[in-house]
Design a protein around this ligand. Structure first.
Ligand code: AR6
Length: 234
C-alpha cells in the first residue's frame, strides 16, 4: 500500500483483496467470456465528477439500481471503480450497499484505473462502462478520455457502427474489436457507453440543478447500463 491516490495501490475495498482464484465457477455465460472467469461489469460513478451531480443523491440512486439488478445477474457481478482510496462516492456507496445487505460477492467497490483492472489489479472484467459524452467522441477528460485512449482507434470505429450520438439517460453496448489493446491486455470484450445527467454549466445539456429531472435521468442511465450488461450475458 503506497497511500491514497497511488494507482499502484490498486485493491478491492473494503479490506479484503478480490483476486481471480482457483475456486471460481468453471462455467461461462456468453461467447466472449473466458471459461473459468466470472462475467463482471466494472463501472464508474456516472455524472459525479465532470458532470457535477450531487454525490449523496447519486449514491442513493446507484445503490437502488444495483439492488434491483443484482437479483437478475446469475453468477455475474457488478464492480464500482474509482481512482482513489479517498473517493467520496466509493465510501457513500459502500455504506449504503451494506445497509441494504447487498451481497458483497455480487457487488463491491474497487480502487484503480478502469483501463488497467486486470493488468494492474488482477481483477478481470469482461465489460467496462464509460461515462461518455453525447457525441461519443474521445477526449474531454475523466473516464471517457482514459477509455478511448487505452482502447485505441478501434473503439471509435466500433462505436460509430453502433450509434452516432447518445441522449442523456441512455447507453450503447459496443463489442470491442480483438485488435484493441484493451481487449488484448485487459480481456475486455465490450464497452458500454452511458450518458448521465449533466449539472455542469460548462457542458452541453446542463440541467441547472433540476434534480427532479436529473435523478430520473440518472436512474434511466443505470437501468440502460445494467440492461446492456444483461444483454451481453445472454
Ligand atoms: N478509472 C476509474 N475511474 C475513473 C477514471 C479512471 N481512469 N477516470 C475518472 N474516474 P467523469 P462524468 C472516475 O468526470 O461526471 C468526460 O469529459 C471519477 O473519479 O469521467 O459522468 C466526458 O466526455 C468519477 O468518480 O464522468 C463527459 O463529457 C467517475 O469516474 C463528462 O466527462 C466519473 O467521472 C462525463 O462526466
Amino acid at each position: 500500500f503506497k497511500g491514497p491516490d497511488n494507482l499502484s495501490s490498486l485493491s478491492a475495498t473494503p479490506c479484503k483483496d478480490v483476486k481471480e482464484s482457483e475456486d471460481l465457477p468453471k462455467h461461462s455465460i456468453g461467447c466472449d467470456v473466458t471459461p473459468g472467469s466470472i462475467p463482471t461489469l466494472a463501472f464508474p460513478s456516472i455524472s459525479t465528477a465532470d458532470f457535477q451531480f450531487n454525490s449523496e443523491k447519486a449514491s442513493d440512486i446507484m445503490v437502488e439500481k444495483v439492488e434491483e439488478f443484482v437479483k437478475k445477474l446469475g453468477n455475474a457481478r457488478l464492480v464500482l471503480v474509482d481512482l482513489s482510496h479517498g473517493s467520496k462516492i466509493l465510501s457513500l456507496v459502500r455504506v449504503k450497499a451494506a445497509q441494504r445487505n447487498i451481497d458483497s460477492k455480487k457487488f463491491f467497490t474497487f480502487v484503480g484505473d478502469i483501463t488497467q483492472l486486470y493488468s494492474q489489479g488482477g481483477l478481470r472484467c469482461n465489460v467496462i462502462a464509460n461515462a461518455a459524452n453525447w457525441r461519443l467522441k474521445p477526449g474531454g477528460g475523466g473516464v471517457n478520455a482514459a477509455i478511448f485512449s487505452a482502447a485505441g482507434p478501434a473503439l471509435e470505429v466500433a462505436t460509430k457502427e453502433r450509434a452516432a450520438s447518445l441522449l442523456p439517460g441512455h447507453a450503447v453496448v459496443v463489442p470491442l474489436p480483438s485488435n484493441s489493446p484493451l481487449y488484448i491486455r485487459e480481456r475486455v470484450s465490450h464497452i458500454i457507453h452511458v450518458l448521465g445527467p449533466n449539472m455542469n454549466p460548462q457542458r452541453p445539456n446542463c440541467l441547472k440543478d433540476d434534480y427532479i429531472k436529473g435523478c430520473k435521468i440518472l436512474r434511466d442511465a443505470y437501468t440502460s447500463l445494467f440492461d446492456g450488461f444483461l444483454s451481453v450475458l445472454r
